[in-house]
Design a protein around this ligand. Structure first.
Ligand code: ADP
Ligand code: MG
Length: 356
């Protein structure tokens, strides 16, 4: 495709902080951004040239939005597939495409897809009923984690079980929704790999980051990860296989558990820029937001080479309020512009870098 030229309009489905950071980069590259979001006054819309407030089921509004854009992307993996299809039906390219949504929205479908393309995960079972849960727990043996198949994030809709005695409580957390039961992975650490694929099929991958979670929410991401070369290579290779198999255009993130023997088991992927990649703009020749915009606009990708060692820290709830006056020394600050703070809500992040 010919690269989109100056002042073309890029559409973003979703209005959160990821959309905001994408919109800011798109602006730097000369594009106008049009945000489609169910809520007015979203963090992304407030830095965009245009905003459409509309529901995911409003086909006519989605079509009018698509017609006003040269290309449309999404910053949110739970955009309903039907809404994504409405964009394509209006004749505007959707990058990444529908397959990347379909294979990441449902944890059971996602793990099946990963396994089919040769990417290993923990053992898992589908759970539809309380009876299924008992059977699945016996089959997996030992500790497990029950997750709703759809719409979980930041550890929400998940419950850990050390045995059958925990099954009733876990089932209550799931609230009767279709679930997946996963064997609990005794991981040594968690890492993720972010990759990008251009409209021409070229790929680029960043160094893995090492991610620490608290209560299911990412707290810090550090590069380099403390893993051996073989582990890093395996994680990179899996992420590149995934992005190619999906025919994905744009950025994608794959999360892994690193086992005590240095092996990697994929946990989940996000078909978008990712919180664990927020260190890349400060530490690499090209950051994830710029690269995503380049990919969807049909521009060549740039080098992902890491110039600095980096540590990214998330700020949740009111912890972000003090940041402007009291950030860690030398750290860069990104505030998400959310009007309301809530406990556990991601409000900001900082990135500290030092020479490698
Ligand atoms: P979310 O969509 O909420 O990020 P994840 O599946 O990534 O859901 O789970 C959140 C965190 O919970 C993971 O980063 C990891 O720390 C822990 N976790 C999830 N699944 C497992 C598992 N099978 N074994 C061990 N820890 C897990
Ligand atoms: Mg996760």
């Amino acid at each position: 495709m010919t690269p989109l030229g100056p002042a073309a309009t890029l559409g973003i489905l979703g209005g959160g902080q990821l959309g905001r950071m994408l919109a800011l980069e798109a602006g730097r590259l000369g594009f106008d951004v049009h945000v489609y979001c169910p809520e007015a006054d979203s963090p992304a819309a407030r830095v965009a040239a245009r905003e459409t407030v509309g529901g995911w089921d409003e086909e006519a509004r989605l079509a009018a939005f698509a017609e006003a854009c040269e290309v449309v992307t999404y910053e949110f993996e739970n955009v309903p597939v039907a809404a994504a299809q409405a964009i394509e039906r209006a004749g505007t390219p959707l990058r990444p495409g529908v397959a990347s949504l379909e294979n990441s929205q449902d944890r059971l479908v996602e793990k099946g897809f990963l396994n089919r393309i040769g990417i290993e995960t923990v053992a898992y079972r589908a759970v539809e009923t309380r009876d299924d849960l008992g059977g699945a727990l016996a089959e997996l043996g030992g500790a497990a984690i029950l997750k709703r198949r759809r719409e979980g994030y930041d550890g929400k809709g998940q419950a850990r079980l050390s045995g059958p005695a925990d099954a009733d409580a876990a089932w209550a957390v799931a609230g009767g929704a279709p679930c997946i039961l996963e064997a609990l992975c005794p991981f040594e650490r968690e890492v993720s790999v972010i990759a990008a694929r251009g409209a021409d099929g070229a790929v680029a991958v960043w160094d893995p980051s090492e991610n620490d979670h608290e209560g299911g929410v990412l707290r810090t991401a550090r590069a380099p990860a403390r893993i051996g070369d073989g582990t890093a290579q395996a994680a990179r290779a899996a992420c590149l296989r995934l992005i190619q198999q999906l025919d994905h255009v744009g950025v994608l993130a794959l999360e892994f558990f690193v086992t005590p023997d240095g092996g990697v088991l994929a946990n989940e992927f996000a078909p978008r820029v990712h919180n664990s990649g927020h260190w890349t703009p400060e530490a690499c020749l090209t950051g994830q937001f710029e690269q995503h915009i380049r990919a969807i606009a049909g521009w060549p990708l740039r080098s992902t080479e890491r110039v600095f060692d980096a540590e990214m820290t998330n700020y949740l709830g009111d912890a972000a309020c003090a940041l402007p006056g009291a950030a860690p020394s030398g750290a860069s600050i990104t505030l998400y512009g959310k009007r309301e703070s809530a406990p556990g809500r991601k409000m900001a992040h900082t990135v500290s870098v030092k020479p490698r």
